[in-house]
Design a protein around this ligand. Structure first.
Ligand code: PMP
Length: 410
């Protein structure tokens, strides 16, 4: 394992050569979506040029190639997550669809009137709204783990919320709004004490931290391909096999059945049971290529490099007068969130865009956690392994100029 050669890595991503407003693109919106290495773009082209077919149903050569490529990608996801088998991997559109799938299958099967679902104050709307919809339908209650002023969940408060009515704990491993890394191992261990299942929202963690579902003992884990250098429209639901096989299907149609008569339909076991209709075959294959790419770089090296960059960016931003960093937990990954005195967040975003710097400003689909800090919006630069110290310097210098323009220099 040599040093991380960020310039070599950047050459793998064609879009990083783009110019924006006459300036080189500085992509600091990785928590929203990531860019794709040539290996992924070429793998998808190869699929359409040499393998394209619907899967499983035909007796011809291209169907066999497409099926091999698709199932090969499923195997890559299983190995990447440390799953026991590829049967534990369901392809979906993304983290949002995966959570909705669990709410509509596990939720309807195992959560009833008076039961409780625990989420944290940090959650993305995708990990709040489906549970509210389910709770309204079945008469369940949502309980919320509070966070402290650093943006970390309060474990003792969580322990107090757990009870014999808790059926599910659904929690992000990394907050998309603040970057907090939550203690999911402890959360899962405590949930076991009351027999509750745990869903880990890995949308923001899987691209940055080594994930092993068996070591974690997660019941479900979800993530989106597009946040891990793969295509949009493809994502993953991991579920323990014995649990998936107890769940009813969600959508009905082709692919998911074993036998159909007008009287009765028999369903396939997981994962086919949850993959009704023609899925996003090419992009699943592209996701497999993205995971290969990330594995070649090495998640441990990625995590170490990004950690140093996050510390560097935190120091730079914190030194700017009038800047308030939101989310100062000891364990963080990928995300910086801040507000600047005298500016609306859109103004900061627009000023950065003029320099070619892409960040998100807004509520980041996580309104409850921003309101916990008295805010409706923040500016959110978010990092990936192709970002550099020079890019962070440009971000810091641009925000510093804005701060000084309001006359806050010493
Ligand atoms: N959970 C978290 C923590 C996220 O950051 C996101 C995406 N911002 C989602 C869920 C939803 O992912 P998607 O929009 O790809 O379905």
């Amino acid at each position: 394992q040599g040093a991380f050669d960020v310039q070599a890595v950047r050459r793998d991503f064609p879009i990083l050569q783009e110019r924006v407003n006459g300036k080189p693109l500085v992509w600091l919106d990785n928590a929203a979506t990531t860019h794709k290495p040539k290996a992924v773009i070429e793998r998808i082209s190869y699929f359409y040029e040499h393998e394209n077919s619907n899967i499983h149903r035909a007796a011809h050569e291209l169907a066999a190639r497409a099926t091999d490529a698709y199932e090969g990608a499923r195997g890559k996801v299983a190995r990447f997550l440390g799953a026991r088998s590829a049967d534990e991997i369901v392809f979906v559109r993304g983290a949002t669809e995966a959570i909705n799938l669990v709410a509509n299958t596990f939720g309807r099967q195992f959560i009833g009137e008076g039961d409780e679902i625990i989420v944290s104050h940090l959650e993305h709307h995708a990990n709040i709204v489906p549970w509210q919809q389910l709770a309204a339908e079945v008469g369940a209650k949502i309980r919320v783990i509070p966070v402290d002023d650093s943006g970390q969940i309060i474990l003792e408060e969580y322990a107090r919320l757990l009870c014999s009515r808790t059926r599910l704990v659904s929690i992000a491993q990394v907050s998309n709004a603040l970057g907090t890394i939550t203690p999911v191992s402890e959360i899962i261990a405590l949930a076991r004490g009351v027999g509750a299942r745990v869903l880990v929202d890995g949308a923001q963690s899987v691209p940055h931290l080594r994930t092993n579902v068996q070591a974690l003992d997660a019941d479900f884990l979800v993530f989106s391909g597009h946040k891990i250098f793969g295509p949009t429209g493809i994502g993953v639901l991991y579920g323990k096999k014995e649990l998936l096989d107890q769940l009813p299907p969600w959508q009905g149609g082709g692919n998911m059945i074993a036998d159909v008569t007008f009287e009765k339909t028999l369903y396939q076991p997981a994962p086919a049971r949850f993959e009704a209709g023609t899925g996003n075959i090419a992009d699943a294959v592209g996701l497999g290529a993205a995971l290969d790419y990330v594995e070649r770089l090495g998640l441990e090296r990625i995590a170490a490099y990004e950690h140093d960059l996050l510390v560097y960016a935190t120091r730079g931003l914190q030194a700017i007068p009038g800047l308030r960093l939101i989310g100062t937990a000891a364990h963080k990954a990928g995300v910086l969130s801040f507000v600047l005195d005298g500016y609306r967040t859109e103004e900061v975003g627009a000023a950065l865009n003029r320099e070619g710097i892409a960040v998100r400003s807004g509520h980041h689909c996580a309104q409850p956690i921003l309101r916990r800090f008295g805010l409706e919006a923040t500016v959110r630069p978010s990092l990936a392994f192709y970002n550099t110290c020079e890019e962070v310097d440009l971000l810091v210098a641009t925000v510093r100029r804005l701060a000084h323009a309001k006359g806050r220099h010493h």
